[in-house]
Design a protein around this ligand. Structure first.
Ligand SMILES: [Zn+2]
Length: 253
């Protein structure tokens, strides 16, 4: 990821920066000097700052309720502004947003979970996905690729994918209740190494699922930064039970 040190700092991915047909971002930081929390309650002013920095109208922003579901919403012009600065109008019980409409900014919120962006330059369509461990275990990224194929005619091999910062293998220690959902995965994903309890590599899991869905490995970029212990001290639920949220968004232009 590349850091853009604007008044409202954000990251972008090199593989998506290549396209002038979209805008995208991953917001950063929860240090005192970069208090840019985008959470649904109390984050409205910061969302307006974000919109100004990235260059879109705040009423073009769309968010979902995010309930660790596998529900994928096809976002149309009728949804414009839903959940932009309030919680009541969010698209209910939805963890992935896809669209082929220009000028709608799809955004997911995370604080340790995995944010994933997809872009298909051929059909000019995009997705913003919230993959927690449940969504990861149940392949929400693969389901989103399939949904884009069904709705927009996307060919997976044309997709560009960006996996944003999440809790790293270093810090994602899990109990047996979570580990059992990954017991059939390779030991590169459910890792025991020298730890007393198993750890899960959520980035690798999502990368593998994207590849299984037909996305080319060379088209997948991922952040290596752990939200909990990484250098930018990104919002991390595990580190400080924060209500802070990173926003990861994409807009077709
Ligand atoms: Zn870590």
């Amino acid at each position: 990821m590349l850091l853009h040190p604007a008044d409202f700092p954000y990251f972008t991915f090199a593989n998506l920066d290549r396209f002038n047909t979209l805008r995208h971002f991953v917001t950063c930081g929860n240090s005192a000097e970069t208090d840019i929390n985008l959470r649904s309650v109390g984050g409205a002013a910061n969302r307006r700052r974000l919109a100004q920095t990235i260059g879109f109208e705040i009423d073009r922003l769309v968010t979902g309720e995010q309930t660790h579901s596998l529900n994928i919403a096809v976002v149309t012009s009728a949804d414009v502004g839903r959940g932009s600065v309030d919680i009541d109008s969010r698209i209910p019980c939805t963890d992935a947003l896809i669209t082929n409409r220009r000028g709608l900014c799809l955004m997911v919120l995370t604080a340790d979970c995995v944010p994933v962006l997809l872009y298909d330059p051929t059909t000019h369509s995009a997705a913003a996905i919230h993959a927690g461990w449940r969504g990861t275990a149940n392949d929400i990224v693969g389901l989103s690729v399939k949904k884009m194929a069904d709705e927009f005619g996307t060919k997976p091999e044309n997709l560009m994918a960006a996996i944003g910062p999440c809790i790293g293998t270093c810090c994602f220690e899990v109990g047996d209740d979570v580990a059992r959902h990954f017991s059939h995965w390779p030991d590169t994903i459910l890792r025991h190494a020298n730890w007393p309890k198993p750890h899960i590599d959520l980035v690798l899991a999502n990368r593998l699922q994207l590849e299984l869905a037909g996305v080319q490995a060379s088209n997948i970029e991922s952040s290596d930064e752990c939200t909990k212990c990484g250098p930018h001290r990104l919002f991390s639920h595990r580190r400080n039970q924060t209500l802070g949220r990173i926003g990861t968004g994409i807009m077709l232009i």
